[in-house]
Design a protein around this ligand. Structure first.
Ligand code: KIV
Length: 257
């Protein structure tokens, strides 16, 4: 299989729907990559799924860099995208570019950032500097405090028009793809039809060009997944069972044999 890059992701629009997911370490990145997942996102959802935080907000650039390097070591063909964590790009454009550069130096092929029209100048600066950007509009989890909770976005006609403006702005600024999170399915379909770049939906219905699933939801490791997620395995039960069997074997003298 050939290594995915931003050009092949762009070329997939209208040709091939892409099932993409998150990864946070080399072991799972290797497995997902071998299974043909085209884009691996080192998501800041690592905060909830791996690091034990309640939200994505405490994730640091150092944690992101370490996980990105691990995923890049595990992935061979997948495009590896580092999710810029909260505070790493809302801190002035010079520091944002420096942090994005560190992500590419750690092994990422591109960075993702949350923000629409307001972040278009930064996206332009990053892409001009040779740093591919995957944008993220609609519900932006790093803005949870501004929303007053995790809420579906784009529900009124004004809000929908703003999400459409955001999507058009990030495309015009040079993003090679855009995440549409938790917006009405009809709005996601409209944006997907209006843009030339790939839309990657998460809780945004079936019309997007591609989908994200958080790895822990996909594998059934998260026991409280969001309602839109689909579980393709039940690893929480399997893993708990394996640990319990091991403890029981040692206690009963069955291991080591
Ligand atoms: O961090 C994350 O998991 C995300 C999702 C959109 C996949 O940003």
């Amino acid at each position: 299989m050939k290594k995915w890059n931003v050009a092949s992701v762009r070329a997939a629009k209208g040709v091939q729907k892409l099932g993409c997911c998150t990864a946070y370490d080399a072991c799972f990145a290797r497995l997902a990559d071998a299974a043909g997942v085209p884009i691996l996102l080192v998501g800041d959802s690592m905060g909830n799924n791996v690091l034990g935080y309640a939200t994505t907000l405490p994730v640091t650039i150092e944690e992101t860099l370490s996980a990105t390097a691990a995923v890049a070591r595990g992935a061979k063909d997948a495009l590896v995208v580092a999710d810029l964590p909260f505070g790493s790009y809302q801190c002035g454009d010079d520091r944002a570019v420096a942090n994005a550069v560190r992500c590419l130096q750690a092994g990422a092929d591109a960075v993702k950032l949350e923000g629409g029209e307001a972040f278009a100048p930064l996206i332009k600066r990053l892409t001009t500097a040779g740093i591919p950007v995957l944008a993220h509009v609609g519900m932006m989890p790093q803005s949870v405090n501004a929303y007053g909770g995790f809420r579906k976005q784009g529900k009124t006609s004004e809000a929908a028009a703003q999400v459409m403006r955001d999507a058009r702005a990030v495309e015009a600024a040079g993003a090679f793809a855009v995440t549409l999170e938790c917006i009405p399915s009809a709005l996601a379909a409209e944006i997907t039809a209006a843009l030339k770049i790939v839309t990657i939906g998460v809780g945004a219905g079936p019309s997007c060009d591609a989908q994200w699933l958080v790895m822990h939801d996909l594998l059934g490791l998260n026991e409280t997944p969001p309602p839109f997620a689909k579980k393709y395995a039940a690893l929480a039960e399997t893993v708990r069972g394996a640990f319990a069997a091991y403890v029981a074997d040692v206690a009963a003298g069955r291991f080591p044999a």
